[in-house]
Design a protein. Structure first.
Length: 140
């Protein structure tokens, strides 16, 4: 009879062990879901608009230079003066031109290494040649 009681005791221990494993797996799943949810909530709450504003300011500056005809002659002095007078004081901008021989230029401040720099590319034509303008803009 003692042997039967021993077998039953071992069987109930197996039930307890399986129940404990079930609880442990459930806790791992619950904490994984909580971590994932909090990660996406924090990520979503970060503000994406400061970099978007930088791109818009840079794009507006380039389009106004194109509208006023500064990119037709690619006179670097006119472009530098335009940037110095029209760019808000707390922004910095560096513009490089690529493409045909008449499209190659580099204007503006050198970008800092410790701040967020936003870069974009614009296409324009000058004297029948298509050129690429890449601008980097940042908050000072």
């Amino acid at each position: 009879m003692k042997q039967k009681q021993y077998l039953r005791f071992g069987y109930s221990n197996k039930k307890a062990f399986i129940f404990t494993l079930d609880v442990a797996v459930a806790l791992v799943v619950v904490f994984a879901m909580l971590f994932t949810a909090s990660f996406f909530v924090v990520r979503k709450s970060q503000d994406p608009y400061p970099t978007l504003q930088l791109i818009r300011i840079g794009s507006d500056m380039v389009r106004m230079m194109e509208y006023k005809g500064y990119l037709d002659s690619l006179d670097t002095n006119l472009i530098v003066n335009y940037l110095n007078t029209r760019l808000p004081p707390n922004y910095g901008m560096h513009i490089t031109g690529e493409g045909a021989a008449q499209c190659i230029f580099s204007i503006g401040d050198s970008p800092p290494e410790s701040r967020t720099i936003v870069s974009a590319k614009e296409f324009f034509s000058t004297n029948g040649e298509y050129c690429i303008m890449r601008y980097d803009i940042w908050l000072e």
